[in-house]
Write a protein that binds this ligand. Structure first.
Ligand SMILES: [Zn+2]
Length: 382
């Protein structure tokens, strides 16, 4: 029954940057690209006297420093569990590392420095076993492997963190390598099988990724719902994960309303109504955006081609022709609020799930990401 699903090693599967966000308290970041990169910017620059390396009580501080640097090189930004302290930040055009913070948090998470080292050894051995099978399922993605020598050493560390977080969440008895290579919990497998049977058509489902949660970087010590195998992303290329602010601008632009609480209650009491409401918002968004672009273009053309048109109007028309979307955004605050990235990516529609499929998922007791504070239209979880 595996129609549409592409199981297999990392890089062959469909991986999305979707992250689980439920309550309004949850910090959020939108990743189109699921791999957080190191970018110069505000990360860590706000409050960092701790940048100065505190004196480490560790015996091998050089080893720790190298570990953190390699981790960052391969995985981008890494942070503490809460996500409020990045172990790397940008200052004076250079990466700065909070080695002491990293080591302190790490040793606390694993128990002691020695406990960490033996755990990392165990992680390494599991990754190496069976012709390095497990390495294929865990980030970094293939492109990054080619570009960074020694990525396996970073993966040992990354996997040690992930593995320990799994263990803390699921208990020590769970066979973690098995869970990772099967890509789903038994419960999810069974539910999805039922959906496929009842729905009868194929659909793309993916999103399994044994990784920590993300918030502008990996929050070491946490584990994503996508790693537990209880969450699934369906047709993620055609169904958006939308930030609350963007969603609100979409509502303004379309003149519709569908609040967080409404979405939550409708999913419980009348899922078809929720589906129809989202569908209608999407349709209106596409229609109105197209009209705005057509109108803007037509108006600029009319002005430019009028008998008494000015050079400025002619130049304006050329500008609008090049980027009608930008011209629309300048005229409409809601469109401006939605932003060029979203508009370009989703102007032909941000929602494309058929009701029959959503209905089956609802019947199998999935929770739909559309009910989250940041509507995640492709996300379903048990
Ligand atoms: Zn998801």
């Amino acid at each position: 029954m595996g129609t549409g699903r592409i199981p297999g090693p990392l890089g062959m599967r469909v991986i999305t940057g979707c992250i689980l966000r439920r309550g309004p308290m949850d910090p959020y970041v939108y990743f189109d690209d699921e791999f957080p990169q190191m970018t110069p910017g505000p990360t860590g620059t706000n409050k960092d006297p701790g940048a100065k390396l505190a004196e480490s009580t560790e015996k091998n501080s050089k080893e720790n420093e190298d570990e953190l640097k390699l981790l960052v090189k391969v995985y981008g930004v890494v942070k503490n569990r809460k996500g409020d302290n990045a172990y790397v930040y940008w200052k004076n055009k250079k990466r700065q590392y909070r080695v002491a913070d990293y080591v302190r948090d790490r040793n606390a998470f694993f128990g002691t420095a020695d406990a960490y080292r033996s755990y990392r050894k165990k992680a390494h051995d599991e990754l190496e076993a069976d012709k390095k099978k497990l390495r294929r399922y865990i980030e970094p993605p293939p492109a990054r492997r080619k570009s960074v020598a020694g990525w396996e050493g970073a993966q040992d560390v990354f996997y040690a963190w992930v593995r320990k977080a799994y263990e803390k969440k699921l208990g020590e008895k769970v066979d973690i390598p098995k869970l990772i290579s099967s890509q789903m919990s038994e419960k999810l497998k069974a539910a999805l099988k039922q959906v496929r049977l009842d729905y009868g058509k194929s659909f793309q489902a993916g999103g399994f990724n044994p990784r920590p949660m993300k918030m502008d970087g990996y929050r070491l010590g946490t584990i994503s719902e996508h790693a537990i195998g209880t969450a699934i992303d369906i047709e993620s290329a055609k169904n958006a994960h939308i930030q609350t602010a963007t969603w609100n601008h979409i509502l303004t632009f379309t003149g519709k309303s569908l609040s967080h609480t409404m979405r939550q209650s409708k999913w419980k009491s009348n899922p078809k109504e929720l589906y129809d409401a989202i569908n209608a918002i999407n349709a209106e968004f596409v229609k109105k955006l197209k009209k705005a672009m057509d109108d803007t273009l037509a108006e600029a053309k009319k002005n430019a081609e009028a008998e008494n048109s000015t050079a400025k109007q002619k130049a304006e028309y050329e500008t609008v022709k090049k980027d009608p979307l930008k011209a629309c955004m300048e005229k409409d605050a809601a469109l401006k609020g939605i932003g060029a990235i979203f508009l370009k990516r989703w102007r032909n529609g941000f929602f494309a799930l058929p009701w029959e499929l959503v209905k089956e998922l609802h019947e199998e007791k999935f929770l739909w990401g559309a009910t989250f504070s940041h509507p995640d239209l492709h996300h379903f979880e048990l």
